[in-house]
Write a protein that binds this ligand. Structure first.
Ligand code: BEZ
Ligand code: FE
Length: 291
């Protein structure tokens, strides 16, 4: 096409897509290019602004490593990751929330009532609850994976002082759908702001902190996997999460306890509990795979 104009460009792009383009790819590109081109027309984007955007993306490429993906971080702080979570969520199931960059495969198995706190400093927390379907029935075959920061706000893969799989575990629920473990209360932390994402945050007067949270992945045969995180109601950053991960149904309480008797005696760490400790009760609801 030799006579490309502002008006015809979007359609010409679509006409260039050949017959090998799948219907879904065509649909996605149609909408993507339509919105991108409209953005340029509506904002009358200047060359300098376009160059700045390309410069930020180039810096994102340069700073990214296998441990740090700055493109995912851009998606997070722009609210894109959370919007993808929201449009894919199912009614009456637990909301999903960002995976984040600190998940690693291979977390060790922990038995019901096992201790994840080990030698970590900080308040002991008994985390317990169940995995259920949308009718409230326990999901017997469910597996639950948890990872979190230590009290210093760092994940094990950010902190050489921590053992490789510190504060990471995978557990199978019991026949009643229940899970339980002891761990430590995590701390709020800031997303990396020493790269181009930080440049954007600083240019817009935004702070890089996330409220403290426990990350979970819940899987069960026949059910949609759930990637989520839960946040304490008293966290100072609950209403200011830099990556928009907080949902009403993901808010929990750390309840201070002084009586060990409330923890059943099949808990590995029960003997070592010192008062006060905290409990968190959180139930996960999974949607069926077929939906
Ligand atoms: C996290 O929760 O680990 C996280 C999520 C998004 C960006 C940075 C960190
Ligand atoms: Fe996190």
């Amino acid at each position: 096409m030799r006579n490309v104009t502002e008006e015809t460009l979007t359609q010409i792009f679509l006409d260039y897509c050949g017959p090998e383009t799948t219907p879904r790819l065509r649909y996605l590109l149609e909408h993507l290019v339509h919105h991108l081109h409209s953005f340029v027309r509506e904002t009358e984007l200047t060359h300098a602004e376009w160059r700045k955007a390309i410069e930020l993306l180039s810096k994102a490429g340069e700073i990214s490593t296998p441990e740090r993906n700055e493109f995912v971080l851009f998606s997070d702080v722009l609210g894109l990751s959370s919007l993808v979570d929201m449009v894919n969520s199912k009614p009456d199931a637990t909301s999903s929330s960002v995976l984040g960059p600190f998940h690693i495969l291979g977390a060790p198995d922990l038995a019901y009532g096992g201790d994840l706190k080990a030698d970590n400093d900080g308040a002991t927390v008994v985390v317990k609850g169940s995995v259920r379907d949308r009718q409230g029935e326990p999901i017997k075959g469910a597996a639950i994976e948890l990872w979190q920061t230590a009290e210093n706000g760092l994940y094990s893969n950010q902190d050489p002082a921590q053992p490789e799989y510190n504060l990471r575990a995978r557990m199978h629920v019991g026949d009643d759908g229940g899970y339980a473990l002891t761990t430590v209360r995590p701390a709020p932390y800031s997303v990396p702001d020493d790269g181009p994402v930080g440049e954007l945050l600083h240019a817009t007067g935004r702070q890089p902190w996330r409220p403290s949270h426990l990350h979970f992945i819940i899987t069960a045969p026949g059910y949609r996997s759930l990637v989520t995180e839960v946040f304490p109601s008293d966290d100072p950053f609950l209403d200011a999460d830099a990556v928009f991960g907080v949902r009403e149904d993901l808010i929990m309480e750390y309840v201070e306890q002084t009586d060990k008797q409330i923890v059943s005696d099949d808990f590995e760490a029960r003997q070592r509990l010192t008062s006060p400790f905290y409990t968190v009760d959180f139930d996960f609801i999974l949607a069926e795979e077929t939906e």
